[in-house]
Ligand binder design. Structure first.
Ligand code: PHE
Length: 345
């Protein structure tokens, strides 16, 4: 009887030593059989009762040896299998190869310029106002002192929504002026960045979509001088501390008087001459005192309040700043082009 038990134990030891474990399933069966809570060694351990006294010690030692063997076989197989697993998974990886370059996004030049303008005006108390691109005719034109059949509507070729005579893609961010004036009470001091649309033939110089930043300031006793000083501040922040500006008389239906602001680029460099067509002056924005009709249309009393407004074209500025030759490049979203722009804004 006792010999049988020793034989059994030696068979088990051999089984353990020779066990060929090739995967996790087999390893798990091995664990359950020899190391689990109901392993076969436990039941055999009880047989010590039947072992003659002088051999009890041998029996105990053999049993311990088997347990140790099972444990070490389990441990070594487990690490062999897990090493094998990573090896298999990463079989094609060359650990000496230089890492692949991470693609880090860059801001779009239009966003950079827009954010810079927003930053400049927020420093003097302007807050950002945004509104819809699909706009009602009234906010885009009528409220802005450009009623139906007004010749000034021809200044901006408009995309109307299919089948609609009242819904359009806003032609300028001035639509945000009327949105703000009809919902807020003065003092109003906002800048409105956004995309606008005009039905124009796409070329290197013009596109059917572009961006503007609108500015509007309404309060008691706001004067043309206030506007000029604000725009001078803007120009000097944008183009350098010694920048000179000039205001040229112009016409917009929603401002009276109206002006266009030029920035002095000079005629010293070939680049400046090209940019300014030899005049040295670069046209930067349209502006003017808010027409009293616009205030009335939007429910603000023109006897009590006055204000000024301006609209800056973003693409033009982006093209100048970065020396980009073709406006279409700003809308193609070619990453080879876009990733060249780095900015704090
Ligand atoms: N909305 C005008 C344009 O798109 C620009 C402008 C805005 C002019 C505000 C005056 C005041 O051309």
């Amino acid at each position: 009887m006792s010999v049988d038990v020793f034989e059994k134990l030696n068979d088990i030891l051999k089984d353990i030593e020779e066990a060929g474990i090739e995967d996790q399933d087999q390893l798990e069966s091995f664990r359950i059989k020899y190391l689990g809570s109901k392993n076969i060694l436990k039941s055999l351990g009880g047989e010590i009762r039947n072992v003659p006294n002088e051999r009890k010690k041998d029996f105990g030692q053999l049993l311990n040896k088997i347990k140790k063997e099972a444990k070490s076989k389990f441990d070594s197989t487990q690490s062999r299998l897990s090493v094998g697993k990573t090896d298999k998974k990463n079989i094609n990886i060359d650990l000496t190869a230089p890492p692949e370059e991470l693609m880090i996004g860059a801001r779009h030049p239009v966003s950079i310029v827009m954010n810079k303008i927003i930053d400049i005006f927020s420093r003097i108390g302007f807050t950002v106002a945004e509104d819809r691109e699909i706009e009602e005719d009234w906010y885009n034109f009528t409220a802005m002192n450009t009623p139906e059949h007004h010749p000034a509507r021809d200044m901006q070729d408009t995309f109307y929504l299919k089948g609609s005579t009242t819904q359009l893609l806003r032609t300028h961010t001035s639509s945000v002026q009327s949105r703000v004036m009809t919902t807020q009470k003065p003092p109003i001091r906002i800048i409105a960045p956004g995309r606008v649309y005009r039905n124009e033939t796409i070329s290197a110089r013009s596109h059917c979509q572009f961006h503007q930043v609108e500015g509007l300031y309404i309060d008691k006793d706001v004067s043309f001088a206030d506007m000029k000083q604000t725009l001078l501040y803007f120009a000097q922040e944008m183009y350098g501390a010694n920048t000179k500006i000039r205001l040229r008389p112009s016409y917009f239906p929603f401002t009276e008087p109206s002006a266009e602001m030029d920035v002095w680029m000079g005629t010293d460099t070939e680049e400046a001459r090209k940019l300014t067509k030899g005049t040295g002056w670069l046209e930067v924005l349209g502006c003017g005192m808010v027409d009293p009709n616009v205030l009335t249309n939007c429910g603000i009393d023109p006897e009590e309040y006055t204000g000024f407004a301006f609209g800056i074209g973003i693409e033009r500025t982006a093209l100048q700043n970065y020396g980009i030759k073709d406006i279409r490049m700003l809308f193609e979203n070619d990453v080879r082009f876009l990733k060249q722009f780095r900015s704090a804004f």
